[in-house]
Design a protein around this ligand. Sequence first.
Ligand code: SF4
Length: 578
Amino acid sequence: MDKIARIDMGATGGPKISYEEVGEYSGLGGRALTSLLIAKEVHPLCHPLGAENKLVFAPGMLSGTTGSMTGRLSVGCKSPLTGTIKESNAGGQAAQVLARIGYAAVILEGKPAGDNLYKIIINKDGITIEVDNSLKLLDNYPLVAKLRGQYGDKVAYITIGSAGERQLLAASIACTDPELRPTRHCGRGGVGAVMGAKRVKAIILDDAGMKTRAPKDPEKFRDANRKFVEGLRKHPVTGEGLPAYGTNVLTNVLNEAGGYPTRNFKSGVFEGGAKLSGEAQAELEIKRGGTATHGCHRGCVIQCSGIFNDKDGNYVTKQPEYETVWSHGGHCGIDDLDTVARLDYMDDNIGVDTIEMGVTIGVAMDAGIIEFGDKEGAIRLMGEVGNGTPLGRVLGCGAEITGKVFGVEKVPVVKGQALPAYDPRPIQGIGVTYATTTMGADHTAGYAIATNILKVGGDVDPLKTEGQVELSRNLQIATAAIDSTGMCLFIAFAIMDQPETFQAMLDMLGAFYGIEMTGDDVVALGKKVLSAERDFNARAGFTKHHDRLPRFFYTDPIAPHNQVFSVPDEEMDQLFNW
Ligand code: SF4
């Protein structure tokens, strides 16, 4: 990863490629690279879909190595959904392949005139760009099938579906998994709309002739990786719960805790939760010839994913994740896994964020467009998004816009981005993260559920206000650093509980780069990333008043705990004062 490629999509005479050394970004990867670069180079007041915005693809610091769990690809830009800086990351094969080809980052700049559609081919010989209007308005599955006919199966694909081309604000960027399915998405923040604005439909990554990235100290790296894997395998969450049931193991847990937002955040318990649970899902998948344990990229040892087949044993989609099962399930009053799986396939195919779309459909239900629990109605609304009808375009621009268009008062968003699958009233720590993160409502930015509910890394009572700001602060700092390594965030369960596994991760980084890496270095990296993101957002006009939940979380108690969100504003305003 010794070079950066810039592609000016708006250059006179057609896209122009230039290459440069990594320079000041040397040793950085993932979110650290995307956020520092966007904060430095993008005007914070630019229109996110205009020529001034940039779209950065960056593998993590350890991507492309033999290190386990190192396959996250970060995508950064100014978000068209939130107006903030954005880093959205996904698994799949893309990060490993891009890193092996040698790029620390590929940056799309400018905006082409006209309506030509481009594909970018990146291999050991460099980068080529071609016009390919035959790809217009193809969705991700048929698009990848068509590209495979030309470029084969030994590559990785990064694509957008019709939603990205139409620049819908919930549009995602898809990365193919090891079986070349477009199932792993940089989902949040509308990054797919930015790729659509650049008129780039697909990036084809071919690492033929390239080698795995070599560590400075191979023996130490191998030893640290072995200890790291041992740590993941012995932790109950990463060694048992996630491999057996996927992230959807959380449905029963959150429902029992009274923190499962139901029918657009009207209750914390869903009566149909058991039917949607990870346990029920895994049983169904195995019975139908799918699998409940699958890695989204090679080198994943947790394997939280799976394959969901229909009753005849035909592939429907990858195992829907907890957030997806919730957003299309309990949030919409739907208790049927087959419907959820079909909606998950539509999300992946059209290329939209499953959280944003599920929450949006729930808001549309609240508006009376269809009834809560209407399975066929939900599928019909998704079809409108895929067909680009006027209603579909409204829905495809997310929950906030849908709520405004249809006069819904209680819309669960922060900075324009839909809340994920945990109610902040009975789980106050996650509310602090939703409100304050630089990204708009995002559970992954500081996953307080780990400590509030799962009791990983300590125990902070979810119903009390004490300790929540400190918890969220520490998690946000750690997450910003992990998102920079290219490691899947699920390693956090093991490294929070097991000092030796945390040390193994530090040793992997140290051995790879030939440095001594300490816990303080990780904290410093996380703070540096967050500071750059906060600075960008401040210059984009965001103030402490944007670091709040929607008002109804402060005024409307929710069953069964009958609590409101009550962490004081003044405390939340101190979160980034370190
Ligand atoms: S644990 Fe899950 S999300 Fe993480 S790399 Fe493995 S399959 Fe992908």
